[in-house]
Design a protein around this ligand. Structure first.
Ligand code: SF4
Ligand code: SF4
Length: 353
């Protein structure tokens, strides 16, 4: 594999070259948080960060999105489709867990019989990801427990490793290799640079303190839909939905219609929704299949670690730890998983006694 070096003071040059072809979305500082935004100059880029508050999923699946607009003429309706879906998007500085999350979100948007979400899929097709290894995973990160790695390159087109004063650059996909070829001014990497990147990857892997056996979690969940543990798990939850709104793999949305009757026009909008809201499953009849927080908390955990593996043969979580950090009442995933595994431990102890 060809490896090159990008000096940190060459980021501006890189931006100028890439912005000729792409709309660039990069981590920027906003109100004290790191978020992915469309940038208009390289000074906005903030690469010295652990991970963004809101995942880059928001670029392809925004919190609020107009699906289409329409005009009314008597009984005739003219649909005005989106004109911006051919935009070439470059996501810059994405962490490996978030790069992988696009695959999981894509499973949802493409795998429902004849139904496909053309808007998400078209944007994804037009997206190139420049990813960056995690030299210092957070204590709340657990990507290695869900099949990932802080230096996983599989879902990234061009991979950067922060070597201190410079980045090691590796073209991973065909798209990434093509970009590398265009950046002819990058210098060649030395053996010592590659060795250093390998050491950083090893150190990062060894630094994880949160580790789970999710095969066991999935098995226990499959056998304990009705277990009283759900009451305990949901007791402190206030249903704020932060754990789902900040999750890079959550895909629930609501669709609303904005009808401007005065001007004979309107638009259809989708907005993020959350299974943690009591209104989420409320049916028109007044029946609610998940009326209490017990069912709603159970649904979130079951969805990620039981239903998702059943439907797609992989976990519905990338181990980013955002839900752990976000929960205002510390009803966090690590504690929940421990409680679930406790069920198995108690069963084993009973069997021995
Ligand atoms: S469930 Fe939590 S740790 Fe897993 S991807 Fe979602 S926010 Fe990240
Ligand atoms: S962030 Fe915590 S309190 Fe809010 S819905 Fe999720 S588990 Fe409940």
């Amino acid at each position: 594999m060809e490896q090159k070096i990008l000096q940190k003071d060459q980021i501006a040059k890189l931006y100028i070259e890439l912005s000729e072809e792409y709309n660039i979305y990069a981590p920027v500082k906003e109100k004290g948080n790191i978020v992915f935004k469309k940038i208009s100059n390289s000074d906005q880029i903030e690469l010295d960060y652990l991970n963004s508050k809101i995942p880059p999923k928001e670029v392809l699946f925004p919190q609020m999105e107009v699906l289409f607009e329409y005009k009314l003429d008597g009984k005739d309706v003219e649909i005005i489709d989106r004109q911006d879906l051919d935009e070439k998007i470059l996501l810059f500085g994405v962490r490996p867990c978030d790069a992988y999350s696009f695959e999981l979100v894509g499973n949802f948007f493409k795998a429902h019989g004849n139904w496909e979400d053309e808007i998400y899929l078209k944007k994804k097709e037009n997206t190139t990801i420049i990813g960056m290894g995690c030299n210092s995973p957070r204590t709340t990160c657990f990507c290695t427990s869900v099949g990932g790695h802080p230096f996983q390159k599989d879902y990234i087109d061009l991979f950067l490793t922060d070597l201190g004063d410079k980045y090691l650059v590796e073209g991973i996909s065909d798209k990434g290799k093509e970009i590398m070829q265009k950046l002819s001014w990058l210098s060649d990497a030395k053996e010592a640079d590659v060795k250093k990147s390998e050491e950083l990857a090893k150190q990062a892997e060894e630094s994880f303190t949160t580790k789970f056996n999710f095969d066991l979690v999935t098995k226990v969940l499959g056998e304990n839909f009705e277990n009283p543990v759900w009451e305990e798990i949901s007791e402190s939850c206030i249903g704020c939905g932060s754990c789902t709104f900040l999750c890079p793999t959550c895909t629930c949305f609501d669709v609303i219609e904005e009808n401007d009757k005065y001007n004979n026009r309107g638009r259809r909008i989708r907005i993020w929704d959350t299974c943690q809201s009591c209104l989420y499953t409320l049916e028109t009849s007044g029946h609610n299949p998940r009326p209490d927080k017990i069912q709603r908390c159970r649904n979130r955990i079951m969805h990620k670690f039981s239903y998702y593996p059943e439907n797609y043969n992989c976990l519905g979580c990338v181990g980013c730890g955002r839900c752990i950090q976000a929960c205002p009442v510390n009803n966090e995933l690590r504690i929940i998983i421990d409680k679930i595994l406790e069920i198995e431990k108690e069963e084993d102890e009973k069997a021995v006694a």
